[in-house]
Design a protein. Structure first.
Length: 310
C-alpha cells in the first residue's frame, strides 16, 4: 500500500525579519538563502548571504526570538564567512547552505560563485567548519567538494544536506546550460549521495519535474517527519520566483503539488513580487519557513510559522 501525502500545512507569515541597508561596510544589500541554527528554545541564529559594494557575497547572521522575529537581538559585526582567494571557485561570493552539527564542530555546506565573461557565472559546493559555535567558519578545503558533472554540466548550488542512516543525502540545484541568444540560464533539482558527507556521487535524473512554462528550480529544503518527507523549493517562470512543494514516502520518489506549499506572495511589501530560497525547520514543536523576498532577497528575508490545515 502506498503511503499518502503528509498532512497539509498552512503558513502564517510573521513579516520581514531583516533587510541589509549598509549596517556594515560589507553588508550593503540583499539577504539571500536564510538558514536557521537554533541556539535555544527562544533564540534562532539566521545566516544569510549579503552583498558588498562589489556585489560579492558574504555570510552574515542575525539572532531573533521566533515569537518576535522583527526584533533583532544580535547582528554579526564581521562576516561569518567571506569570499575565497583570487581565481578560486568562490572568489566572487559565498552563500550558506545546510548548517549542521558534526562531532564537536558546526559544518556549513556552502555555495561559492565565480563570475565569467558578461553576465555568466558558475557555482560549486564547498564545506567549512566552525569551532567557536558558528561565529566564524573556515574552509576544510580551498576546492569544492561537489562540482559540475554530467548531470549538472554548468554548475551545482543551493545544497540541502541530511544524514539518513549510514548515508548522507544532498538535494541541490543542477545547472544544465544557457540560452546563447538571451543569456537565460536553466537549472533543475538534482540529488547526490555520500558515505562520509565529503565525497559525493550524483544521481541520475531530476528530483521533481519542471512544469509547463518553468525554466528554473532551486533551493530545495527537506524535512523528514513521521508522516513522510516534505520538500519546499523555489520555481521561476515569467512572473519571478515562487515557492513550490513536493512530498515523498521514502525520500526517493517525489510527488509535486505546489498547491500544498502553504504560502504565497503577499499583496504588498517585501515579498509581494517574489519568494525565493526557502529554508524549513522544526523548532520547539513548530514548523518554520524562512525565505527571501523580492529581487533575490534585495528586499530582505521573512519568517512564517505553520498551522496544520483542516
Amino acid at each position: 500500500m502506498t503511503a499518502g501525502p503528509p498532512r497539509k500545512l498552512n503558513f502564517v507569515k510573521r513579516g520581514l525579519v531583516f533587510r541589509p541597508e549598509g549596517q556594515r561596510a560589507w553588508m550593503v544589500s540583499h539577504a539571500a538563502c536564510p538558514v536557521a541554527l537554533p541556539l535555544g528554545r527562544d533564540r534562532l541564529r539566521i545566516y544569510f548571504g549579503t552583498r558588498d559594494r562589489r556585489n560579492y557575497g558574504h555570510v552574515a547572521f542575525v539572532e531573533i526570538d521566533p515569537r518576535t522575529p522583527a526584533k533583532i537581538l544580535a547582528l554579526s559585526d564581521e562576516p561569518a564567512f567571506a569570499p575565497g582567494a583570487l581565481g578560486h571557485f568562490d572568489e566572487n561570493g559565498v552563500y550558506p547552505g545546510t548548517i549542521m552539527q558534526v562531532g564537536d564542530n558546526l559544518r556549513m555546506y556552502y555555495m561559492g560563485r565565480l563570475n565569467y565573461e558578461g553576465s555568466r557565472y558558475g557555482m560549486a559546493i564547498g564545506v567549512a567548519e566552525s569551532t567557536d559555535g558558528g561565529l566564524v567558519f573556515r574552509r576544510l578545503s580551498p576546492a569544492p567538494i561537489f562540482d559540475r558533472n554530467p548531470e549538472s554540466p554548468w554548475m551545482v548550488s543551493t545544497p540541502c544536506v541530511m544524514r539518513a542512516g549510514r548515508q548522507w543525502r544532498m538535494w541541490h540545484l543542477g545547472g544544465t546550460g544557457w540560452n546563447d541568444a538571451s543569456t537565460k540560464s536553466y537549472y533543475r533539482l538534482k540529488s547526490a549521495r555520500s558515505k562520509d558527507g565529503l565525497s559525493w556521487q550524483p544521481e541520475p535524473g531530476d528530483t521533481v519535474p519542471l512544469l509547463t512554462g518553468e525554466t528554473n528550480l532551486a533551493s530545495p529544503t527537506v524535512l523528514q517527519t513521521g508522516g513522510g518527507w516534505r520538500m519546499w523549493f523555489c520555481t521561476y517562470a515569467r512572473t519571478g520566483y515562487r515557492l513550490g512543494y513536493a512530498w515523498s514516502a521514502d525520500g526517493d520518489a517525489w510527488t509535486r503539488d505546489d498547491t500544498a506549499s502553504g504560502v504565497a506572495p503577499g499583496p504588498d511589501g517585501f515579498d509581494s513580487r517574489e519568494m525565493a530560497y526557502p529554508h524549513a525547520l522544526e523548532h520547539d514543536g513548530r514548523t518554520y519557513l524562512l525565505y527571501s523576498g523580492n529581487g533575490f532577497g534585495r528586499d530582505g528575508f521573512g519568517l512564517a510559522v505553520a498551522e496544520e490545515a483542516a
